[in-house]
Structures are given as structure tokens and as C-alpha cells.
Design a protein around this ligand. Structure first.
Ligand SMILES: [Zn+2]
Length: 162
């Protein structure tokens, strides 16, 4: 879940706030449910998403599983996400490039090349217009619901922070 407020952050054993996990998953330096599997977690996240956005449960679970499989707990390593479109940067070639041709750690290859956004003038509304139809098709949900979902998701990404 997006951890925009300190109160959403989990806590380490010494009482400091966790950088990696939310308060529902992680308290006092341990997972609240250490035994939960990725399938159970996908079911749970899928159920919430299904309710929020009218997604058929099976599709919501599939989507949730894809999403959480890239998270640190399940991927077993830190996976960066594109700060523009949210795509996980799993492989080297997924990453965009800086002006000096090094790999970007912040943006994907579709959004960012040679130190610049590939669509520098793209607004958040235009981005929603671009991604929502794909989301609607992928999850088999009405376009309006997909727009709502994409709007919420983009608001958690660095490029679209106001
Ligand atoms: Zn991207």
C-alpha cells in the first residue's frame, strides 16, 4: 500500500519506522503474518481491489499477484518501479537511460531515454487517458473504473506528485 503518512509505516524492533513495510504487514521488526504465502496475500489484495474497482475477483487476484510479486518481500530483493508509469524495473533492459548512457534507477525505458522523458509534455490527465484503456481491457472493467484506478495509482508515483 502507498505509505504517504508516517502512521501507515510499520515499526522496527527498536521502535523506529520501517522504510519498507506498512503497519498492517510489519510491526516491531517482524511481519504480522510471517506464514502468509504470496497466493494468500494476492487473494487478500485482490478482494480489496475487486471491491474498490468492480474487478472480477479472478482478474483482481491475478493482477494483485503480478503487482506484489515485484515487492521486496516476495521478490527477495529490492525492485525499483518506474516513477512515471509504475512498471517494475526487473531486468537491466527495463530501465531508461541517463544523458551519459548509464541506466536510470528511477524510470523505465519507455518513459525515459537519454536523460529525458520520452513524452515530456504528458500531463497526468493524458497519462490516465493513455493507461486506463489498457487497464480496462486487462481487468475487464468499465473504463470509468479503470480511470479511477489509474488516477489513484499515478498519484503515488514521483513524476505525478503535485
Ligand atoms: Zn515508465
Amino acid at each position: 500500500m502507498p505509505m504517504s503518512e508516517d502512521e501507515h509505516l510499520g515499526t522496527e524492533a527498536n521502535g523506529t519506522l520501517s522504510k519498507d513495510y506498512c503497519v498492517y504487514c510489519y510491526r516491531d521488526g517482524a511481519f504480522t503474518e510471517p506464514e502468509i504465502t504470496i497466493d494468500e496475500m494476492a487473494k487478500r489484495c485482490g478482494a480489496i481491489m475487486s471491491q474498490l474497482y468492480d474487478i472480477p475477483v479472478k482478474n483482481a487476484e491475478r493482477f494483485a499477484r503480478e503487482q506484489i510479486s515485484c515487492l521486496k518481500r516476495w521478490a527477495g530483493k529490492e525492485v525499483a518501479f518506474c516513477g512515471s508509469c509504475g512498471m517494475p524495473l526487473l531486468r537491466d533492459e527495463d530501465a531508461g537511460t541517463e544523458a551519459d548512457r548509464t541506466r536510470s534507477t528511477a524510470y523505465c525505458t519507455y518513459c525515459y531515454q537519454n536523460g529525458r522523458f520520452t513524452e515530456p509534455d504528458l500531463t497526468r490527465e493524458q497519462a490516465i487517458g493513455k493507461y486506463a484503456p489498457m487497464m480496462a481491457k486487462n481487468l475487464d472493467i468499465p473504463l470509468e473504473k479503470a480511470q479511477e484506478m489509474v488516477r489513484q495509482y499515478l498519484s503515488t508515483l514521483p513524476r505525478w506528485q503535485e
